[in-house]
Design a protein around this ligand. Structure first.
Ligand SMILES: Nc1nc2c(c(=O)[nH]1)N[C@H]1C(S)=C(S)[C@@H](COP(=O)(O)O)O[C@H]1N2
Ligand SMILES: [Mo]
Length: 164
């Protein structure tokens, strides 16, 4: 059966990984996060704690940053690893099947309690849709989040149902 790679984890890690739906499904119950609409009413899906994925790849001690890459639309966010590692969910399914693109799938990153959009490092803008790679690094990586309000408004105008 075809089980494509959904998410690559690379950079400053002991064990780079390419994760498929089946790999994520194999993670233990203790790291599952069911129904993200419980903490973000507009978002949908089930996932696993980011920490569970990091435990598998084992970040090197010098890894300070986590960069979230959406290669599909060339959107990238880089945040301090310590700030996100216990706060985040990798969402990858809904109703037992893969998360649809209309929900930011196949994989969407979700910070459980982000600040209001565009107010801090861990803002709603860091909730990367179409997540394809997690990259750990010593220094801050690529970040294409809108830098000011007008860039932000322009990005949202270009996205389909404009929210956030
Ligand atoms: N791949 C990708 N992810 C993205 C964006 C984007 O343009 N591309 N926009 C970000 C911004 S600026 C915001 S505020 C939120 C909006 O999420 P929503 O569409 O679920 O409301 O998605 C974030 N994730
Ligand atoms: Mo945003």
């Amino acid at each position: 059966m075809d089980d494509p790679v959904l998410l690559r984890v690379e950079g400053a890690v002991e064990r780079p990984l390419a994760l498929r739906f089946g790999d994520l499904e194999g993670l233990p119950e203790s790291c599952r996060v069911a129904d993200v609409s419980r903490f973000q009413p507009k978002r949908r899906g089930d996932g696993v704690a980011l920490d569970a994925i990091l435990d598998m790849v084992r970040p090197r001690p010098e890894a300070n940053y986590l960069t979230l890459h959406a290669d599909k639309d060339d959107f990238h966010v880089s945040v301090p690893l310590d700030a996100v590692r216990r706060e985040s969910v990798v969402v990858y399914k809904l109703g037992g099947v893969g998360l649809g693109v209309e929900h930011g799938g196949p994989v969407r990153f979700l910070i459980k309690d982000p600040s209001a959009c565009h107010t801090s490092e861990l803002d709603d803008c860091a909730n990367v849709k179409y997540l394809s790679r997690l990259e750990l690094s010593v220094r801050r990586g690529r970040d294409t989040r809108p830098a000011d309000e007008s860039a932000h408004a322009a990005l949202h105008a270009a996205e389909e149902p404009a929210t956030g």
